[in-house]
Design a protein around this ligand. Sequence first.
Ligand code: I22
Ligand code: G3H
Length: 951
Amino acid sequence: MTASHTKGVNPVQALASVQQSPWLDFIRRSFVEDGSLARLVQEDDVRGVTSNPAIFQKAMGEGTEYDAQIKSILAHEIVSPGTLYEKLAVQDIKTAAHVLAPLYKATNAQDGFVSLEVSPYLARDGQGTAHEAARLWADVSEPNLMIKIPATPESVPAIRQTLAAGINVNVTLIFALSAYKNVVEAWLGGLEDLHKQGKDLSRVASVASFFVSRIDGKIDAEIDRRIKAGDKEADALKAIRGKVAIANAKLAYVYWQDIIQTPRWKTLEAAGAQPQRLLWASTGTKDKAYSDVLYVDSLIGPHTVNTVPPATLDAFRDHGTVSVTLTKGVAEARHVLAEAERLGLNLDGVTSTLLAEGVTSFEQAFDTLLGSVAAKQTALLGDKLTSLKTALPADLEAAVQKGLENWREHGTIRKLWAKDAAVWTNGPESKWLKWLDCVEERLSHVAELEHFQAEVKARGFKQVLLMGMGGSSLGPEVLAETFGKHEGFGHLYVLDSTDPQQVATFAGKIDPAQTLFIVASKSGGTLEPNIMLAYFHDLAKKALGAKAGTHFVAITDPGSKLEALATKEGFWKIFAGEPEIGGRFSVLSNFGLVPAAASGVALKLFLEDALRGVRACDASVPPAENPGVVLGTLMGVAVTQFGRDKLTVIATPQIAEFGAWMEQLIAESTGKHGKGIIPIDEETLGGPKRYGTDRLFVYLRLAPEHRHEQDEAIATLIDAGQPVLTITLHTKRQIAQEFFRWELATAVAGTYLGINPFDQPDVEASKIETRKLTEAYNKTGSLPAEQPFAEFGPLAFFADAKNAAALKGNSAEAVLKAHFDRVKAGDYVGLLAYIERDAATREWIQHTRLKIRDAKTVATAAEFGPRFLHSTGQAYKGGPDSGVFLQITAEDAHDLPVPGERYSFGIVKAAQARGDFDVLAERGRRALRVHIRGSLQDGLAALAKAIHAAV
Ligand SMILES: O=C(CO)[C@@H](O)[C@H](O)[C@H](O)[C@H](O)COP(=O)(O)O
Ligand SMILES: O=C[C@H](O)COP(=O)(O)O
């Protein structure tokens, strides 16, 4: 009998009489909430719902119907777009599950299911799939949920594992009979495992989703191509057009019928198990030449499901025919498949291509979906997020888009977050990636840091002095300069120098009896913090006696020498560094947070801002929407494809110190093996004529404090065709977000350069040279003698033989001219000054660099030693050979002893400058050292005059 002939029953309703369940291949919030789904269940006897990434992409990707829930989530939580999507999807699935619950109950757990698919990114990761299936099952927590798992070879074990955990499974993306057989095996195995555990089998349902129309889509296209090409088998090909998919499905059903006769199944059935039903998926007709109900009419049979899109459901309701067709024409089906084989249509090849394409297309749909969710989240968060706007020449823009698409296609952001070293050089990178997780980790321990903060406040310290270098000092310096002094806390001073004048100046700023001293050194073995500690510990002992240690805090990696010393000296606290975070990536770990706490920064708010940055750069955010990947791709593409390797940072003055931290991050991470990005910090903007074609400008704009003249100068550069990216911060505290964005971006840029961004091979080289010199001094009481190759008034010139030979001249101007004449387009000039860094010397170096820039139209770096040795020094030695360096040293007006050592601060600084120069020379760099004798002020004036004349 055909049920459709029953009076008052439409074809959809009539399917029940032949024991086929119509499910709906569609979901969206409004459709469930406005009662449409319930109506289909009640009126048409629709018995289930399926979803997939493409369906959710259509539902969430457009319109505003999810906005209310998104807003309410964002008001209380800081989430990634991936988590946000999942919360929305779980809500939809739960609501649909509630609509279907009465049916589930009425059919005794045979029908009334709603399916939710695991992330398509896990399609080739069995363990990840099993884990995600269990997680989603727990999150949705509805008995009539089915977890969809793709039938890739990698996921088949996860199907078994998930069923064995008592979870309903919809196995999706089945195209080939062979794949279906593996699925059946996994299903039986899973139920057997569950049975062995003595669990109830009756509530564990499963369907095997066999995809139909896509097979015809591929086979028919090949048939058409061959007919058009005049194939001699045209008639035979025509005869099976539009028949292969249905024939394939019919044989799958034959296999199912055989399986349910086997003793193996009978045992499970006797124990209460339900059969795994075949579900026909991909049953919307794609080829308009066929009936729009072809893949419903032709696939009707007992104990099956057909999940149809709304249009197909409407069509079937209107003119479908209910008749058991699956078991009819099986011989013909075999013939069709045999013909397909004889004609070389390669069904096996087609089905395996379809599986691969199916995975890829769900991945793409998921990328688009997550991109839309990320864009929506960004829009709704508004000023809570920093933003990035680019103005790029068309060719650079196109190359950046290509880079981003390449990242998307290869899922590289997920690999990066999974700490896969193959993203870089397949070296030790995986061991240096804890910075990816540390914000979340530190936030979960913020109470401990807040407790420390309260203790510091209660002790009423008047000053906080942090001693450290590079990664241990530049982050705290940004915090100190950006946030200033907080009420109730001491002023935070950051000392990162061996210059005796500078050390003395800092000693003069503090009262040792009322100061909290923080010594920060990851390795605990760095020369500078060790001698600064020796000096200030001595000072504190004089003021505080035996209890001096109680004014000291150490931040260092577990097991370091500094940790041992701090314990021995009775330091107040020792905070542990994280061994798997390198110094320049450590600002959002204890290295930044302890000084932040000690100086009164609102830690929770700061970390929450950082977390917003982390979430925005999450693995779930596709490259084009991912702020870290966009920035990193831009830097990577600009340097590797366009030679724009001078990353020039302009900033609103209130956040300008950020540049010094970023400079270390970029230079030390990328500048090696002759490649790299050269950061140019604090170089006052000039007009477009001042710049060559080697620049990429970054404008860090603090919106509430922005300077009109900077905006205008930037606009002029954009008009002149220079590439500019503008990053807008809405509050100072958002530097926390930028810390993370730049860390991720640097890691991304490293992939373009093909280097390990987490080592610093050339920093070590000058440390070794310095150590040799200080050890020699300790033995002999003097540094090895050296001779200037030229001397004019207060200026003595030193260089290695090769550089000296190129720099002959009978005046200071002439020597400097010879040196700067070596500068060519695309080079940069580095002024490396081993003198006190104060307002006057900063102004001097700034003025001098601009003179050189404007005369030579090249980028300039203005650095103070020894701090740059732990920062840009890596790129100057290991990066591209485009630097022309002028090292500036001077006699120290007053030296300072280092307690417990024969050498003084002045000797150490001199040894550092010489070690630095020796390595530059050894690397064949264009370098010259000028040493100022007598008054520093007079010497600098003479040098400025000579440089002005020389360029
Ligand atoms: O849940 C399932 C299958 O279990 C369905 O959502 C399945 O993914 C869909 O039927 C197919 O993706 C639709 O395929 P197509 O119409 O795009 O070829
Ligand atoms: O950037 C890191 C500096 O070289 C200092 O290293 P450290 O923290 O081990 O003392």
